[in-house]
Structure formats: C-alpha cells, structure tokens
Ligand binder design. Sequence first.
Ligand code: NAG
Ligand code: NAG
Ligand code: NAG
Ligand code: NAG
Length: 416
Amino acid sequence: MMKFTTWAMLATQVAALGKTKRQRPLTFSKDGTFQIAIFEDLHYGEAPGTFGPTQDAHTSKVVSKILEEEDVDFVVINGDSVSRDNLMLNSTGYMNHALAPFVKNKLDWAITFGNHESNKNRRVEDVFAVEQKYPNSRSKSMISGQDAGITNYYLPVYPADCRSGCGCKPELLIWFFDSRGGFNYNQTDAKGNQVHRQTWVHAEVVDWFVTERNRLARQSSTTIPSIAFVHIPVDAFYAVQQGPAGIDPNRHPGLNNAFERSQGAGFCSDGVRNGTCAWGGQDVPFMQALVDTPGLLGVFSGHHHANSWCYKWTAEGLPDYPVQPGPDGLNLCYGQRSGFGGAGDPIRGARQLLLRKDKIANGEMDTWIRLETGEVVGDVSLNATYGEDRYPEVKYRESFCQECFKWADYKPTVPR
Ligand SMILES: *[C@@H]1O[C@H](CO)[C@@H](O)[C@H](O)[C@H]1NC(C)=O
Ligand SMILES: *[C@@H]1O[C@H](CO)[C@@H](O)[C@H](O)[C@H]1NC(C)=O
Ligand SMILES: *[C@@H]1O[C@H](CO)[C@@H](O)[C@H](O)[C@H]1NC(C)=O
Ligand SMILES: *[C@@H]1O[C@H](CO)[C@@H](O)[C@H](O)[C@H]1NC(C)=O
C-alpha cells in the first residue's frame, strides 16, 4: 500500500509541475511497445524575407513523410527547433511552424532546447511559452534557476492499463536536459557582439538529477529502465569517436563526418572562452551522474548534423578517460538531422527508437533511421553484443532544397 501511495504522489507531482490541464499518462501500447521518433535540428525560421519559408516547407514535408511511414507513439524534438540567426523580435513564432506537423498528426511530444533557441533578441522563456500552449506538449521545466536552462525534466511511461497515472509504477523514465549554448538574451559585449551562453548542463541541474533519480530509485523495488535526451552531446561522444577503436562503419552504422568537441567546447576549465582552450571539462560531473544511473540505457544527442551513429561506451574502450561507465556500458547515440536549416547538407531523416518492455528490462533497445526518401538505414539492436555485431554501412549522402537556390542568399554549406 505504501508503494502505491508513493507512486500516486509521483504522478501528482509530475502533473503539478507541468500544465494545469489534465493529461492522460504516457503509456506503453497493449503489445508492450513504445516507439519514439526523434526529430532534431529542425532549424525553422531562417531568412524570413527570402528562402526561409520555402526551406521550412521542405522541412515540414520531411517530418510529415516520416510520420506517415512510421508507427510513432511519441515524438522527441531534441533541440534546435528554430534557428538562432533570426534576430527578429517576432522569431519565437517559428516554434509554431516547427510544431505544426506533430499537431496535424495528433502526436504528443517532448522537447529539449539546443544552442539555437536563444539569442540576444529571443528569451528562451518566451520560446518555451509558445511551446507550452499546446495540449500535445508533454515538456516541462522542473528546475528554475537563472542559468539552469529551461528543458530539464523527466517523464514516466506507464503500463498500457494505467488510466490515470495514479497507483501505477512507471516502466520507463525519460530524462530531458538543457545543454544551453547560443547567446544570452539582451546582452552584447563592448564591441556590440552577442555574448555566448555556457554550453553544458548546469551544475545545479546535475544536482537536481542526482537527487531526483535517487528519490525515484528509493520508491521502487526494481531498477526502472531510463533513457536521456540532451541536444549538445557530452564529451564522451567525441572521446569514443577519437578513441583507439573509433567509429567502425559496420559496427556503428551511421554518418560519421563531424569531428568537433561538444559540451564545454572552446571553454577553459575556469569558464573563460578566449580561443585558447579546446575543452573545459565542465560536463564531467554530468557524465559521472549519467554513468552512475542504474538502468540508464542510452543518451541521445543531436547538434553535429553530419553524425548519426550509436556507440556503446565501455570502460575498456577509454581506460584513461576521467569518467568510466559501469560493466554494461552506456549507449551514446546521435540522431539524424531533420531540418533544412543550419549547417551542412547531409540527408535528412529521423532516428526511431523502439522500446519493448521485455527488452528494456534486459537493457536492450532497437533503433533505426528513417530517411526523407523513405529508406531505412542503420537498423541496429542496442543489445549485449552491440559494437561487435556487423551491420551494413551507411554511406554519406546529401540532399538540398533545390527551390531555394533561386535566392542569392541561399548558400548551402559544405559539411566539415
Ligand atoms: C515576423 O515578421 C516578418 C516581417 O514582418 C514576417 O515576414 C514573418 O513572417 C514574421 N514571422 C512570424 C513567425 O510571425
Ligand atoms: C535589457 O538590458 C537593459 C540594460 O541592462 C535593461 O535596461 C532592459 O530593461 C533590458 N530589457 C529587457 C527587455 O530585458
Ligand atoms: C585564456 O584564458 C585562460 C584561462 O583563464 C588563461 O590561462 C590564458 O592565459 C588566456 N589566454 C589569453 C591569450 O588570453
Ligand atoms: C544482438 O542483435 C543482433 C542483431 O539483431 C543479433 O545478431 C545478435 O545475436 C544479438 N545479440 C544478442 C546477445 O542477443
């Protein structure tokens, strides 16, 4: 009885922290599955006077096509839904454009913010307010600190027969983190340039995560499987890519064409950003918290448009790295960049994640990428032998907004 009361309290707290409106709980399907479509780097709202609306229409077409092809239960929008370059004061409105295909398809979603939602003319709180108006939104903001970012929260997913969320024990926890980045609102430096925001999950958020995770674990007699979404990858993504084994096209199928650092990139360890430091290590406490989380099956990120692999990070892989995963390792997955805005032109698509109750209990997930062409690539099972099993290679391909070329200011960038 005690346990039932506690889970009822959790459901109430989750509801109270979000919108006042009552939403049915997120549940697995009757067949025990829960499929998440991950869209990321949609980059709506560039160049509103020229190619922007055409480019955005291309993006919406890709999203709609993927939703048509896949049997999606839930959507995660993993950062950079709108582009940062648009400094117009009305640019929060592009969030409505980004969400329209999901509303049309009657799908619920959860969002993380990336490094593009913010600029000197755009307050992340205002972008979030636009998103929060939709009944389909499951996004929350569970910790409010001046610098903590907005999209830090978790969502429980319950068994199919759980009607109200009361008295049911979650079978999955989905964590969302705000990696910040972009530019501070209403701030310019002495030269009139925008001021960079920090590009890592804030220490306050890490503390909240550890406390909340431990509290949830105490309420449960068993480990609840979990997954995590954060737009800017943690440094371990870069470390495994650069590591002795590296990304094998057959064992980690996906694009592998961006070789840049991620959270804490370009900052010195004291937080100074003066062009002399490669990585400040500010994401080490967050990585430590992730690897210390029993049942955490994977971390999903976007940000580097030309990467779309999954890698099982293990202790043997990087013996000298400051953070080490537990004996089961931790899956690090890029999604597939979905939008036509932003840098580079790797083919658009969306990572799909199929969670089955029986498989996640064994630490396994299935995932694949649905491309804008309708093709499926990188179809893998993140199971005990992921990293050893061989799969067909995913070749690097590009796609363009052909109609956008008629505008002189449309200059697709070459992927780095
Ligand atoms: C913002 O204003 C510009 C200029 O009036 C207009 O072209 C654009 O459609 C507006 N964007 C939104 C999202 O309302
Ligand atoms: C922007 O910053 C200036 C100077 O710090 C301040 O006076 C102003 O109220 C701020 N505006 C907004 C909308 O926050
Ligand atoms: C950049 O910042 C670091 C850390 O504060 C400092 O050690 C270094 O001297 C600075 N370099 C320059 C060129 O300002
Ligand atoms: C993992 O999945 C792959 C692909 O389905 C399969 O070949 C392999 O046998 C599986 N490994 C385990 C331990 O189940």
